[in-house]
Design a protein. Structure first.
Length: 250
């Protein structure tokens, strides 16, 4: 579904080359939830930005359903949905108006946009505040709108960037249920989070980044065998004690 092939990104800072992502290759299949994890500075955010085409890679490429961004930039971006804790809502728009705005922005017809909003309203439980300005919504309600917005154009790939940050137990459960629905719909999902206990519950496989490199990859059982550690927390603490593989890594 989505494949990263030898993806690298370097920045020049004060005359020095700093490598944020170093020869990263991975695949996420249809219906799979992949945890892209690592400590601060590991390269997670840079990787997500390259997947979204917000940053051009220094080397390598990203393909979705075999499509490269160079083949069809708009078509490529339409295959991606993003849920981010830092994503804001247009406060003067109602929930319906916001979803309509994004549906039309992604090129859906008026009729298709209405159908998608109707479907997502039922799935995400939006009816109570569908015609309410988003500025007046609670944190949990806003997150429901963000989740619905990410699916309005029915993308093949969904990126979840710290999806439960700032949410209470009830709000977090909405995200868990949403992720399970993405799995059942056959979406390829990449989750980036610092909530490692939640990642263990959410994800089918994991990629552990450190200093821009993929150090370990596999299911939780496979990672336990490879690292000799029982939990993701213990694996992270081990990674943090290691030195960078290259002097220029960041």
């Amino acid at each position: 579904m989505i494949e990263l092939k030898h993806l690298s990104k370097s920045f020049f800072v004060n005359g020095r080359s700093l490598t944020a992502v170093d020869d990263l290759s991975l695949q996420v299949a249809r219906g799979e939830v992949y945890g892209l994890l690592g400590p601060n500075g590991a390269g997670k955010t840079t990787t997500l930005r390259m997947i979204q085409s917000l940053l051009p890679p220094t080397t390598g490429e990203v393909t979705i359903l075999g499509l490269r961004i160079a083949d069809d930039p708009l078509g490529f971006k339409r295959q991606i949905g993003l849920v981010s804790a830092s994503a804001g809502l247009y406060q003067w728009l109602t929930t319906y108006e916001l979803l309509e705005f994004f549906g039309r922005g992604y090129g859906l017809s008026v009729e298709m946009t209405r159908e998608r909003i109707s479907e997502l309203t039922k799935v995400m439980g939006l009816s109570r505040f569908l015609h309410q300005r988003t500025a007046t919504l609670s944190t949990g309600q806003k997150q429901r709108v963000n989740l619905a917005r990410s699916l309005i154009h029915d993308p093949a790939v969904v990126l979840l960037d710290e999806p439960t940050r700032g949410l209470d137990v009830v709000g977090a459960k909405v995200v868990f249920d949403f992720t399970e629905r993405l799995r059942s719909l056959g979406k390829a999902v990449i989750v980036s989070t610092h909530q490692l206990d939640e990642a263990e519950r959410l994800c089918d496989r994991f990629g552990l980044l450190h200093y821009g490199r993929l150090r370990h990859e596999g299911t939780l059982d496979e990672l336990r065998t490879a690292t000799g550690r029982a939990s993701l927390v213990e694996m992270f603490l081990t990674l943090l004690s290691e030195s960078p593989l290259k002097d220029d890594a960041s």
